[in-house]
Design a protein around this ligand. Sequence first.
Ligand code: ADP
Ligand code: GN1
Ligand code: MG
Length: 372
Amino acid sequence: MKEENTACAGIEEAVAQFVTEGSLLERRPYGNGHINDTFLLVYEMPGGVRKRYILQRMNHDIFKKPRELMENIVNVTEYLRKMIIAQGGDPDRETLNVVKTHDGGCDYRDSGGNYWRMFLFIERTVCLEKVESAKDFYDSAVAFGNFQRLLADYPAGSLHETIPNFHHTPSRFRDFQKAVQEDKLGRGALVREEIAFALAREKDTPVLTDLLAAGQLPLRVTHNDTKLNNILFDEESRKALCIIDLDTVMPGLSHYDFGDSIRFGASTGEEDEKDLSKIELDLALFETFTKGYLEGCGGRLTDREIETLPMGAKLMTYECGIRFLADYLEGDVYFKIHRDGHNLDRARTQFKLVADMEAKWDDMRAIVEKYK
Ligand code: ADP
Ligand code: GN1
Ligand code: MG
């Protein structure tokens, strides 16, 4: 078997638990997620036909109840499967498919206490780390809008909250303040400017949660992690095919999905770009996404939701920025890093984008009004 850098405790034990076809040919780390450990497994069947699977070790420091999380994923993907079949789509490629264990379970807890799961590998797709064309971004917007529409009648109350207060920005702000106060590694002095930028925006943090509490925004089933690399595009047609990374599907606001896509995809640079002169909000991409997302939602969003979408973009960007900066202050314990200062670089791009959104606020508002 070909093996690349898969020194990961428990992997051998885990691989043996899932119902796969053929004999294992290759195993290697896969993808660019910040949270789980993802591996590609290649099996060969008699006749030389290959079958591939995605194996993931779930991050149970972050997802405290992996079993509840898997229950969400199984229920949501089964629901989506039925909807996709009803629309004449291909359920094996248009949603994730969970591979069972030999005991009929959906995950496996290894002897070291780690939780594993497996999905069918969705073949002939591409996963984009940045927007390569406005059309890709538009397609991703329609796909996230469709996701919202397909799950519109899903019983939201039956979903477990896999990370409590995931997009509750005031609660994220309190976590950030705590990280600044504790300053565990003495890094605070190096980032005074960034901390000041974040603290100066405290008054924005409760805007969306207050509107929700006041009954002005509806609670929906949302994905909550809608960055572009959580969509697979069909290699041939280049259409957005499948939404993946369903760990955070929970009740939320449409602003969370809209906003997270904007912060990642409508930026002119990558999330961890070091040269901040390359980072701004691309208004044309903002418009492209707004148009696609609202089309995908199929008229389901209320006028109040639509007119407040720019705040979703700003708050999701800001929130991600304070999460990255808090993690930098806490010693990089949450997001995977690949170089020193990686989380700080990420925080800086988010804050640069927030500042640019503030400068372009009237344009952002005018764009969403146009599609109301
Ligand atoms: P994380 O939570 O760490 O971001 P993801 O579930 O997003 O993990 O998976 C990481 C990467 O693995 C994705 O960005 C994608 O490239 C790839 N991937 C995940 N699931 C599949 C799948 N079923 N088929 C093909 N590629 C996948
Ligand atoms: C994480 O899992 P991944 O890499 O798609 C994070 C998101 C952040 C994102 C920033 C569960 O997403 O909330 O927005 O990194 N996921 C979790 O890139 O915390
Ligand atoms: Mg991901």
